[in-house]
Ligand binder design. Structure first.
Ligand SMILES: [Zn+2]
Length: 155
């Protein structure tokens, strides 16, 4: 429970910031586990009929690399969190379910570590070069270069 008091004033924005313990995400499995708290920096706007809340939420976690099986640190940051509550309003609200859902939706589906320019894993130091045999057979020269371009870490 992470209760936020609703101000009584209408037509004014109010700020909501805070942290929720990572345990609310219940992220403890073989592929991902939460690390830091879930933080939020939101602003709300209240009218007689509704309260609109929007802003940034995020958290940090470790995920299991699909390539080498090691734990890799990851981060989620969403700047487009938004939720609308309709009247009648209670004295305080708990946005934990909405924030939790938004974070879980954003988890990487099949995460892998980011290889460096020499196809080296940053965690294990092992190299994972793309198989030249395969690419030669199935792709033309130009397409191979395009494929290699995509393998480069995006910075
Ligand atoms: Zn790796």
């Amino acid at each position: 429970m992470n209760l936020i008091l609703i101000p009584s004033k209408l037509g004014e924005t109010f700020e909501i910031t805070g942290e929720i313990p990572p345990s609310v995400l219940a992220l403890e499995d073989d592929l991902v586990r939460s690390k830091g708290p879930v933080w939020y920096t939101l602003s709300g706007f209240k009218t007689e009929e509704f309260i609109e809340v929007k802003g940034e939420i995020g958290t940090s976690f470790d995920f299991r690399c699909g390539r080498c099986g090691e734990w890799i640190p990851g981060e989620i940051k969403k700047s487009d969190f938004q939720t609308i509550l309709e009247a009648p309003f209670p004295e305080s609200i708990d946005l934990t379910p909405q924030i939790r859902e938004d974070i879980l939706i954003d988890l990487p589906f099949a995460p892998t570590c980011q290889l460096d320019g020499e196809y080296r894993c940053p965690v294990t130091g092992e190299t994972h070069p793309p198989s030249p045999e395969k690419t030669k057979k199935s792709l033309g020269n130009e397409e191979v270069w395009k494929a290699l371009e995509q393998l480069k870490p995006k910075e």
